[in-house]
Design a protein around this ligand. Structure first.
Ligand SMILES: O=C(O)CCC(=O)C(=O)O
Ligand SMILES: [Fe+2]
Length: 288
């Protein structure tokens, strides 16, 4: 690998880095893309400031990091030329003030997301990311052992069922090559082993995880309370105050995020592109 001019400055001890020394209006060289991918594994969230990208340049950068998905399993893309761009418009339901990991209600959630600020409120509208490996590590060893053996149900219907049926007449977008017409809940391991680093994270989130599988309702509620309480601690999180031109990339396999809804009815528009991921895998064979 040849030297690049990229510099990577950590933002907190566990999560986040600011990346400078690269202009993303040109698609990155293979060396630069490899350096960014490796920094993403290490820091989980990468902030690029002052980039001011067009939708085409946004897509070209995301495509240098991996294979792109359609905009969203349900919601169509920005326009016919940009089917990969998911628009989050605060005036049209595009707010996400809850800790969540993107699209965990599908069998193959994205590997990562690339988010670009398009129109920002004068103040507010920060985004927070939290480290799910740190959340796993904060559980007691006994609870980690229990979590290692559990599965959880992820369900996108609360957020997207009405959109699918009322706005789209039951014809969603495509995901993994198939037209989405129903949002059947999926099951993922509670503890996800990162396919590239081998590290474990607590892969449940209050946005989409509705139940722990194969336990009673009471047990499920109590376990989710414990797991959700471990997610989003300030000590494990990084908060980004957006400026025009900013772009943030995150590893969707080991983080959750929260879009702070503190800007009232002021318009805020973001564009997101997701990179195709694999089916989450747990730590080992299940008993029984
Ligand atoms: O609007 C934001 O800051 C983040 C929204 C979100 O959840 C996402 O882009 O996946
Ligand atoms: Fe999100």
């Amino acid at each position: 690998m040849t030297a690049t001019a990229i510099s990577i400055e950590p933002l907190t001890v566990t999560i986040g880095a600011e990346v400078s020394g690269i202009d993303l209006s040109d698609a990155p060289s293979p060396d630069a893309a490899a350096e960014i991918r490796s920094a993403l594994l290490d820091r989980k969230v990468l902030v690029f400031r002052g980039q001011r990208l067009t939708p085409d340049a946004h897509r070209a950068f995301a495509a240098a990091l991996g294979e792109l998905t359609p905009a969203h399993p349900v919601v169509p893309g920005l326009d016919a030329e940009h089917p990969e761009i998911y628009v989050l418009d605060s005036g049209d339901g595009g707010k996400a003030p809850v800790w969540h990991t993107d699209v965990t209600f599908m069998r193959r959630p994205p590997l990562g997301s690339v988010l670009r600020a398009v129109s920002l409120p004068p103040t507010g509208g920060d985004t927070c990311w939290t480290d799910l490996e740190a959340a796993y590590g904060a559980l007691s060893p006994q609870l980690r052992r229990l979590a290692d053996e559990l599965d959880a149900v992820h369900d996108g219907r609360k957020d997207f069922e009405e959109y699918l049926h009322v706005r789209l007449g039951g014809e969603g977008n495509t995901w993994e090559g198939e037209r989405v017409r129903t949002l059947d809940p999926v099951v993922h391991p509670v503890v996800r082993v990162h396919p590239e680093t081998g590290r474990r994270s607590l892969f449940v989130n209050p946005g989409f995880t509705t139940r722990i599988a194969d336990v009673t309702d009471t047990e499920s509620r109590a376990l989710l309370d414990v797991f959700f309480a471990a997610i989003g601690r300030p000590e494990h999180s990084v908060r980004h105050r957006w400026q025009a031109g900013d772009l943030v990339v995150w590893d969707n396999r080991s983080t959750a995020h929260y879009a702070v809804d503190d800007y009232g009815t002021t318009p805020r528009v973001m564009h997101r592109i997701t990179i195709r991921g694999d089916q989450p895998v747990g730590p080992g064979p299940r008993a029984g």
